[in-house]
Design a protein around this ligand. Structure first.
Ligand code: ARG
Length: 457
């Protein structure tokens, strides 16, 4: 491609470090789409003859067919996807192929290809996240009233419901979708026609190519166009945060599936056994979702580091934007699918969850609130009285509800046997009716609202 200036061919190691075709062949379909838009514009503006433009477009269509069928032979000698396609074009139509690259550079070409890839991938991920939200919201509606312990510091805090807990993830995933949507909206400008870095002297129509490729408008600054990878970084940040959400949930699944917690049973489809310990049901899928989040975070960090010292405009360092991104977005997609699979068929042990919800004096706050409401104690004093009752029960190794009224009265003589109703976990959750609270009625309403939202596109 640049034989005019060079007498010698590249060293084998030069070829190895330079070639990106092993991974950027993933951009093939977008590369052809970009070239088709470009050549149509070159024909329309009279920069190329209609005849040449038509010949090139037809041959590009043929190449697309070869790529789709797997008949295309990629060559490392041709470095990257752009030159592989162009070389094949020359095989097919001869010297006219050389006219396609008029008013274009690989710098704007790769920027277009990558934006198109990221845009399409965001759209696919959005569908997957929505599907996971739906699976979670359905389970949340089913288990809107299923009492389980809520934790702070991983210590029993107050009873909540399983539905409430699952809806917390639906909220997180909703924000993730918003972040992907924002990234998509901002990336949707076309760098095509920025050429190498300075624009071009040919009378191109960047608005036409932008429109043909579904972009909202062309990018406004040619230097920025070829050196900007913000769109990838934004997308990877959204991906990293989404992966972190999945990882937190995966961690809970791992805990809940232990015999010690025993809150749920993962299906055989999402568990593995041990080759030595016959009793084991390991939550490998959840562990891998948790583990793979590291790769997604790594890709984000990696690209930030690649870019941080790069002067404008294009440097070859930027070719390092692709492998990590491909891997991260593919990994996120797999984690979303695995999480949806686990959510779809895990079976909660409602009795164990409920029993655990009452353990650890989780209704102590309810008792303190009751003392405020019924006896008019200031909350700090109610906290103190309740603490003494918890101490009494703990000394005897029993729950608050197992204390006798006589014992209770030794701490606060004004209490009556009405107090026992407050100590039940069902009453506890039912009383949390504040907006966004864990009362089963609230949870059912929120789950239904999500289902309605998710089912109307
Ligand atoms: N394979 C290159 C990349 O991914 C394409 C752009 C090459 N541009 C250049 N000036 N060498 O970044």
């Amino acid at each position: 491609m640049w034989g005019g200036r060079f007498a010698d061919s590249p060293d084998a190691i030069m070829e190895e470090i330079n070639a990106s075709i092993d991974f950027d062949q993933k951009l093939a379909a977008y590369d052809i789409a970009g070239s088709l838009a470009h050549v149509a514009m070159l024909g329309e503006t009279g920069i190329l003859s209609k005849d040449d433009a038509a010949k090139i477009a037809e041959a590009l269509g043929r190449i697309r067919g070869e790529i789709e069928k797997g008949d295309f032979t990629y060559s490392r000698k041709l470095e990257d996807i752009h030159m592989n396609v162009e070389a094949r074009l020359a095989d097919l139509i001869g010297p006219a192929a050389g006219r396609l690259h008029t008013a274009r550079s690989r710098n704007d070409q790769v920027a277009v290809d990558f934006r198109l890839y990221v845009r399409a991938t965001i759209e696919a991920l959005d569908g997957q996240i929505a599907a996971l939200q739906l699976a979670l919201a359905e389970k949340a509606l089913t288990f809107a009233g299923a009492v389980m312990p809520g934790f702070t510091h991983l210590q029993s805090a107050q009873p909540v419901t399983l539905g409430h807990h699952l809806l917390a993830y639906v909220e997180m995933l909703g924000r993730d979708r918003g972040r992907f949507r924002d990234a998509r909206a901002r990336l949707n400008e076309s760098p095509l026609g920025a050429a190498a870095l300075a624009g071009t002297s040919f009378p191109i129509d960047r608005f036409a190519t932008a429109k043909a490729l579904g972009f909202d408008r062309p990018t406004a600054n040619s230097l920025d166009s070829v050196s900007d990878r913000d769109f990838v970084i934004e997308t990877l940040s959204a991906a990293a945060l989404c992966a972190v959400h999945l990882s937190r949930f995966a961690e809970e699944i791992v805990l809940w599936a232990t015999p010690q917690f025993g809150f749920l049973r993962l299906s055989d489809k999402f568990s593995t056994g041990s080759s030595i310990m016959p009793q084991k049901r390991n939550p490998d899928a959840a562990e891998l979702v948790r583990g793979k989040s590291g790769r997604v975070i790594g890709a984000l960090t990696g690209l930030l580091v690649v870019l941080k010292g790069l002067p404008l405009a294009y440097s070859k360092d930027m070719q390092e934007d692709k492998e990590g991104t491909f891997d991260a977005l593919q990994t996120l997609s797999l984690c979303l699918a695995a999480t949806k699979g686990m959510v779809g068929d895990f079976v909660p042990d409602l009795a164990r969850m409920k029993a655990a919800a009452g353990a650890g004096y989780a209704t102590a706050t309810d008792l303190a609130d009751y003392l405020v409401r019924e006896l008019g104690l200031p909350f700090r004093e109610a906290h103190h009285v309740t603490g003494r009752l918890v101490g009494l029960a703990a000394e005897r190794g029993i729950g608050l509800e197992a204390l006798s009224l006589t014992e209770i009265k030794t701490v606060e003589p004004r209490l009556t046997d009405q107090v026992f109703a407050v100590l039940g976990v069902e009453n506890s959750v039912a009383s949390r009716t504040s907006y966004g609270g864990t009362a089963p009625a609230n949870v059912a309403e929120q789950a239904q609202a999500w289902l309605d939202r998710l089912k109307t596109p």
